[in-house]
Design a protein. Structure first.
Lengths: 242, 86
């Protein structure tokens, strides 16, 4: 039964998701592009629309799907989440973050089609951008009302990898709250290196914001990273073994 | 005078606590950047962690870019400890 569902998910839902990506690119993108005076904002909105569609297909492909929201802080924030699947990127839209700048690894900027979206939306390549440059870009993005999204583990290969402190340093420097998000089950639905979409229980949870002022000292960002990782991974463990 | 064994133990304990390394990862030949995946911000954090651990200032007057492996780091701290004791 599980195999049959996986085949259905991959062929029918996966196929529909790909069709959605193309159709939304043909319809939504030109519409948003023409409607918006701010071109990079239009691309970010387009990514949000596409992501909402993918989350809908994830819901169809899942065994169970739950989103637990938390109160959003006023103004911009830094969103951090654990990362174990390519689907994680889309799940952020489930929390209605619709104007975000992703800071990602360089290889995404080399993918055909995606690279134009990445550049057009003003996303940041973490590997080729210096920390000072990144700080400047994020400052400008925040002035435009964007939220910054990072996956501080920096890899999908080790779901328990350390949360690197860069995201938290950024929050500290820009004096922005950090919204931790726990993503459960996406690596079971679409694991690294696989194209089979397996039925899995998906839980997405946003925690109340954490503030850099609560982590004083030179190593405040490092301690914030450790604290957020513990909170996120404790929730992931609890849900995975439930 | 602090011994090399003590330097290694205190350095490794600090790195395990703050950067979640395991004993298996912390071999003397491990490269900070390539094997331990420490980025530039991690390197700055590591310096602060070691300053707090050994009660010395590492940020001024030293070229820390020459430290590539953990062994280089132990050597550097040992040299610094000797200089402080003179």
């Amino acid at each position: 039964m599980e195999r049959l569902r996986t085949a259905f998910n991959t062929i029918c839902i996966g196929g529909a998701a790909i069709v959605w990506l193309f159709i939304s690119a043909l319809i939504a993108f030109p519409f948003l592009w023409l409607k918006s005076k701010n071109r990079d904002r239009a691309v970010r909105k387009f990514v949000y629309v596409q992501s909402c569609g993918i989350v809908f297909f994830m819901r169809l492909a899942s065994k169970a799907f739950r989103v637990e929201k938390a109160e959003r802080p006023q103004g911009s924030c830094v969103v951090v989440a654990n990362h174990a699947s390519a689907l994680d990127l889309y799940t952020i839209s489930a929390f209605r973050f619709n104007n975000v700048v992703y800071i990602t690894k360089g290889w995404v900027f080399k993918l055909p089609f995606f690279r134009y979206v990445m550049k057009g939306a003003g996303y940041v390549d973490a590997e080729t951008t210096s920390p000072t440059e990144m700080l400047g870009i994020c400052k400008q993005a925040v002035q435009k009302g964007c939220d910054i999204v990072l996956f501080p583990q920096g890899t999908r290969k080790d779901p328990r990898a350390r949360f690197k402190s860069g995201a938290f340093y950024l929050a500290e420097q820009l004096n922005l709250p950090v919204v931790p998000i726990a993503i459960v089950g996406t690596h079971k639905m679409l694991s690294v290196g696989s194209f089979w979409i397996k039925p899995a229980k998906i839980v997405l949870k946003a925690f109340p914001a954490k503030y850099p002022s609560d982590y004083p000292g030179e190593l405040g960002h490092l301690h914030m990273a450790q604290d957020v990782k513990k909170q996120v991974m404790d929730f992931v463990d609890k849900e995975e073994f439930a | 005078m602090i011994t090399r064994e003590e330097i290694i133990k205190r350095t490794n304990d600090a790195l395990k606590k703050e950067f979640e390394f395991t004993d298996a990862q912390l071999t003397p030949t491990a490269q900070l950047r390539d094997d331990l995946c420490l980025d530039s911000l991690d390197a700055v954090d590591m310096v602060v962690v070691l300053e707090q651990q050994f009660g010395v200032t590492l940020r001024q007057g030293y070229d820390l870019r020459t430290i590539v492996t953990l062994n280089d780091l132990y050597d550097f701290i040992e040299k610094l400890a000797r200089t402080h004791n003179k």
